[in-house]
Structure formats: structure tokens, C-alpha cells
Design a protein around this ligand. Structure first.
Ligand SMILES: C[S@@+](CC[C@H](N)C(=O)[O-])C[C@H]1O[C@@H](n2cnc3c(N)ncnc32)[C@H](O)[C@@H]1O
Length: 269
């Protein structure tokens, strides 16, 4: 990260965001694109954004203003000349912990213009969190935005999570070096549910998880490839039979691969 005032500013969609905020910028309200669902991301590596979110459908939607992205560099909120953001864990042990006082300053800036926590949750990406799923993506997409706190090192001081009543979300049962990849996954899954983002490219109603099942297999041309044929029912033109086949495939896949989803579905019936 550079503290150079002359460093190029990078544009994320219609909102210009500098990854090199000077301390005076901390007083400014984060830019809000009127009406657009907004992801604010508190991170030590703001240059990792938009990353893959700047590509393809999410990137086009960002440019079109269907959503907005505001990385908030944690470094300028640090302590002292070197803007220290972390310290050794109380009680000893390996690694470093992100400081509560430093994080709170960034969280306070992130909260500006986003007072309704019911419509703008604050989330810490963490392996201890509730596993991220499609229902959570739908909940986030129904709000005005989200503030995502990306951990690094050993994580964050617990007190800041308690004090700000921060929800914890996990990408899965594995440990990454930072929360940024998880943040991008959460944003991607959420943004594609926003009106106007997918256009006619896909229906989110027929996808995996939307009805509690994994999706059926897909096929396209050529009709035969390496001796493998497309299941004839898909070429029959009989839509009722095609639907029946797809449902049966979805159920078989879900039963075999995700007994947890299958049991949940059967419990609902
Ligand atoms: C090395 S991890 C810290 C792991 C932590 N000491 C633990 O054992 O739970 C550093 C950061 O990466 C992020 N992270 C790592 N794995 C993650 C996961 N599965 N889901 C979401 N975030 C994750 C979190 O933000 C975390 O603070």
C-alpha cells in the first residue's frame, strides 16, 4: 500500500474510490450511489477490490450503477506514525490480532449514511461464523447494503464484535489467510440477485438451493460428444417430461451428495 497522494485513483463503477486514503479523508462520508445496493468492505488490502467482481456480469452491473462497491482501507485508521492495526494476543500465543480501537474507527466511518442495521447488516467474515448460503444472499440482497469486515492474521479483538453486534459468516470449514476472498464470494452471490444484474442471462429461481435442491445437469451441442449422448428426453420437445426428468435428477443428486439438504427438505414436507 502506498500513502502517496498522487497514487492513481481507481474507479469502481460510478463511484470513485481511492485505495490510499489520507487521514483527512477519514472525516468524509463514504460516497453513496443513490438507491444502489452497496457493499462497504473494511480491509487491509483494498487493492484486491473489485477483483473478479469487476469482471463479467457483476462488473457490468457495477459500471451500470446497479450496485456500488466501497473498499475502506483499514491502514489509515491505525495507531501512531506507522498506523499499526494489530497487536500480540492477550494471554500469549502465535500471530497478531486486529485491534478493537482501530477497527471501531473504520466501522464508524462505514456506518455513515447506513444507519438502519436491519437493512444494512455488519458482517465479519470468519471461519467460526454461520455457513454462508443462498438464504443469506437473499436476505442481504433484500436490504440496502452490507458492511463486510475482513480479518487478517489471527482475527479481530472479540470486544469489537460484541460491541457492534457484528454477525459472523463463514465461507466454509477451512481457513484462509484473510476475509477478502470470502467477502467477494458473499458480494458476488448477493449482487447477482439484485434487479437488473443478470438481465435475461439466467433465472435465479431455477438454480441450486432456490427450491432446497441441487440443480439438475445441463447439456448443450454437440448432441454427441466422445460417444456420450444428451439424454433423449431433453431433445424430445415434451416439456412436461423434461420437467419431470429434471426434478428426478435434482432429487437424486441432492439425496446422494447433500443428505443434510435432503433431510431438511423432507422435514419441511
Ligand atoms: C488466518 S484467518 C484467522 C483464523 C482464526 N484464527 C481461526 O482459527 O478461526 C484470518 C482471517 O481470514 C478470514 N477467513 C479465514 N477463513 C475464513 C472462512 N472460512 N470464512 C470466512 N472468512 C475466513 C477471517 O476474516 C479471518 O479473520
Amino acid at each position: 500500500m502506498s500513502d502517496d497522494d498522487t497514487a492513481p485513483r481507481r474507479s469502481h463503477g460510478r463511484v470513485r474510490v481511492s485505495p490510499t486514503s489520507q487521514p483527512r479523508d477519514l472525516m468524509a462520508d463514504p460516497p453513496v450511489l443513490q438507491g444502489a445496493w452497496t457493499a462497504r468492505v473494511i480491509t487491509l488490502v483494498p487493492q484486491a477490490f473489485p477483483g473478479v467482481l469487476g469482471e463479467s456480469l457483476t462488473g457490468k452491473a457495477l459500471q451500470a450503477g446497479h450496485w456500488a462497491l466501497e473498499p475502506i482501507d483499514l491502514r489509515p485508521f491505525g495507531e501512531g506514525k506507522h498506523r499499526n492495526v494489530d497487536d500480540t494476543p492477550a494471554g500469549g500465543g502465535a500471530g497478531m490480532v486486529l485491534r478493537a480501537d482501530v477497527l471501531s474507527r473504520a466501522l464508524d466511518v462505514a456506518a455513515r449514511g447506513a444507519p438502519n442495521r436491519a437493512r444494512w447488516p455488519v458482517v465479519y467474515l470468519s471461519p467460526r461464523g454461520r455457513p454462508f448460503d443462498q438464504a443469506t444472499a437473499r436476505r442481504l440482497a433484500a436490504g440496502d447494503g452490507v458492511t463486510l469486515l475482513c480479518g487478517r492474521f489471527e482475527g479481530v479483538d472479540e470486544r469489537v464484535l460484541e460491541d457492534y453486534a457484528i454477525e459472523e459468516i463463514s465461507l466454509g470449514d477451512f481457513v484462509m489467510t484473510g476475509g477478502e476472498i470470502a467477502a467477494q464470494a458473499v458480494i458476488d452471490a448477493t449482487v447477482r440477485l439484485l434487479p437488473g444484474v443478470l438481465g435475461n442471462a439466467a433465472s435465479t429461481e431455477e438454480e441450486s438451493f432456490s427450491n432446497g435442491l441441487l440443480e439438475h445437469p445441463h447439456y448443450t451441442r454437440p448432441a454427441e460428444w466422445r460417444g456420450r449422448e444428451i439424454p433423449p428426453v431433453l431433445l424430445s420437445g415434451n416439456h412436461a417430461e423434461i420437467e419431470k426428468w429434471r426434478r428426478a435428477q435434482s432429487e437424486a443428486l441432492t439425496r446422494a451428495r447433500r443428505p443434510d439438504l435432503w433431510a431438511a427438505l423432507k422435514g419441511e414436507e
